[in-house]
Design a protein around this ligand. Structure first.
Ligand code: TEU
Length: 519
């Protein structure tokens, strides 16, 4: 068998950490970088190859760090720049890569660039943002108009998201040069990659044409069909430009958040480029929204397996923006227990072809915190839409480390309540239980890391009907067959090869069971 080089962002598992909710060491009820440093042995023990950290730069925190006021400073809430350097160094000692969340579509309205730009029409920074003398019909993804009036000049500035998140004018070469400086600053520091936030919203139609009327998404807000301010062709040109900077450094990765879902993957292909690594990875939204009925898993495999051979897929079931998968999974399997669901999801995520993203707490089967009260809700997406959309706070509750008060996350009341199940399903309890979800994740990731067919092999979809999902992973004669029995009746399996991991005995996979078999 050829010695396939293990490429960390392609063959490894990437663990997403929302730093605000991971571990508080400063005693203010919110997580910080020192808290991540303290838990690096736990993270390395999962067997993951990289950590993607949500933003922690200086910010007024209107959108919890996705409104940056200084790209070069760690916000005091999360610590300081030395903490970041220590985190990178300590992570690398444990063979963990660090991926930073880069928000380039917009800054905070408190960024000095914007406070200067809005001060007058002839300010040198004016053209760093997007201005018009009057709004068109473009809607903000967070609801309402995407235009806000500037009190100093009477002009309107464009914001794809909140009015506190003015869009940068990425047509301006000065802005692009500054972005490259920011990239090089962190690449020089040893950062291994970037997750590019909202990468499909970077540019807008130069003629400001109105979007067609009519609703395009199930969302009760911003349902507009964003024809003229989404997936603009200049997005791809900028990514090619940034790729040149990435390639000045070895073994770096860039992941793009292309917020869309559905069977038409043509737009996604453009973000990958044609084998020139425009983006190394596109974040896969297919399973992040809505109920995860059993047939959706095979559907997304079919869609992604038809992408261009250079477009390496990614898979995610949860993130910081959507309800946790375990709380959406298999509503068509009413008698399937939460532990069974967690294990079925893990087998899918960790054996399908592509880079898997594990969202903190997912390895514990941590559920969505569903009944937050309005006074507990802090997500502007929910608050500013009169709670018509599900708050994102529910998937951002503190990591549950042990059975102590506040689950070992903090010594004082945390910024969001801890999961009600924390005393039963915290990390400490599960680390000591060989049958726990956490032990299963560790076991499965270890198997994956050691099995070339699983981390690199081709995928052949064998069955995707009647609730039985079966596929093979193949590399140079090594063949693994994965069976997910997403129904309540047993499935007989041919007695070939050897069973590597199974929820059942013998050659039958019971209802809601799984099997990994080496043929
Ligand atoms: O989200 C981008 C985005 O376009 C939305 O689709 C996202 O799903 C939204 O949060 C509704 O759920 C990115 C970040 O992931 C998000 O946390 C930020 O709030 C947003 O960009 C603005 O920076």
């Amino acid at each position: 068998m050829s010695q396939q080089e293990f490429v960390w962002w392609k063959h490894g598992v990437i663990y997403q950490i929302y730093p605000r909710s991971y571990k508080d060491t400063s005693g203010n009820g919110t997580g910080d970088l020192q808290g991540v440093i303290e838990q690096l042995d736990y993270i390395a023990g999962l067997g993951v190859s990289a950590i993607w950290l949500n933003p922690f730069f200086s910010s007024p925190m209107v959108d919890f760090g996705y409104d940056i006021s200084d790209y070069y400073m760690v916000d005091p809430l999360f610590g300081n720049n030395t903490d970041l350097l220590v985190l990178i160094t300590e992570a690398h000692k444990r063979n963990l890569k660090i991926v930073l969340d880069m928000v380039l579509n917009h800054t905070s309205d408190q960024h000095p660039w914007f406070t200067e730009a809005r001060s007058s029409k002839d300010n040198p920074k004016r053209d760093w943002y997007v201005w018009r003398d009057k709004p068109n019909n473009w809607e903000s993804i967070f609801g309402g108009s995407a235009w806000s009036e500037c009190p100093f000049t009477g002009e309107y500035y464009y914001h794809a998201f909140l009015s506190e998140q003015p869009d940068l004018n990425l047509r301006n070469p000065e802005v692009v040069e500054e972005i490259k400086n920011i990239f090089r600053h962190y690449l020089e520091m040893g950062v291994d990659g970037f997750r590019l936030d909202a990468v499909n919203t970077y540019f807008e139609d130069a003629a400001w044409r109105n979007n067609p009327e009519g609703v395009n998404s199930k969302s009760p807000v911003a349902g507009q069909k964003r024809v003229y301010n989404y997936d603009h062709y200049l997005n791809y040109a900028l990514l090619d430009d940034l790729r040149v900077v990435m390639d000045e450094y070895p073994d770096r990765m860039v992941l793009g958040e292309v917020a869309r879902e559905g069977k038409d993957k043509n737009a996604w292909k453009k973000y990958y480029g044609s084998c020139d690594r425009r983006l190394d990875l596109v974040f896969n939204f297919d399973l992040l929204h809505g109920d995860l009925e059993s047939d959706r898993f095979g559907e997304t495999i079919e869609a992604w397996e038809n992408l261009h051979y250079c477009s390496w897929p990614s898979y995610a079931l949860s993130s910081h923006d959507q309800l946790r998968a375990i709380s959406r999974a298999f509503p068509d399997l009413p008698d399937c227990s939460r532990t069974q669901k967690a294990m079925l999801l893990a087998v899918f995520l960790l054996t399908v072809r592509g880079t898997p993203f594990v969202y903190y707490g997912e390895e514990l089967g941590m559920p969505e915190f569903k009944d937050l009260t309005p006074d507990q809700i802090q997500d502007p997406w929910a608050i500013r839409n009169d709670y018509k959309v599900p708050t994102r706070d529910g998937c951002r509750t503190p990591m549950i480390w042990n059975g102590s008060k506040y689950a070992g996350f903090s010594a004082v009341p945390p910024w969001l309540p801890v999961s009600k199940d924390y005393q039963k399903i915290n990390a400490e309890v599960q680390l000591n239980d060989p049958r726990s979800v956490l032990s299963f994740y560790r076991q499965l990731i270890e198997l994956r890391n050691q099995t070339l067919a699983l981390y690199q092999g081709e995928l052949e979809l064998v069955n995707n009907a009647n609730g039985l999902l079966q596929y093979k992973r193949i590399h140079e004669g090594e063949v693994y067959q994965i069976t997910l029995n997403l129904r309540d009746e047993s499935a007989a399996i041919k007695n070939d090869g050897e069973v590597v991991l199974s929820s059942s005995d013998g050659n039958v996979v019971e209802g809601y069971g799984f099997e990994i078999r080496k043929l």
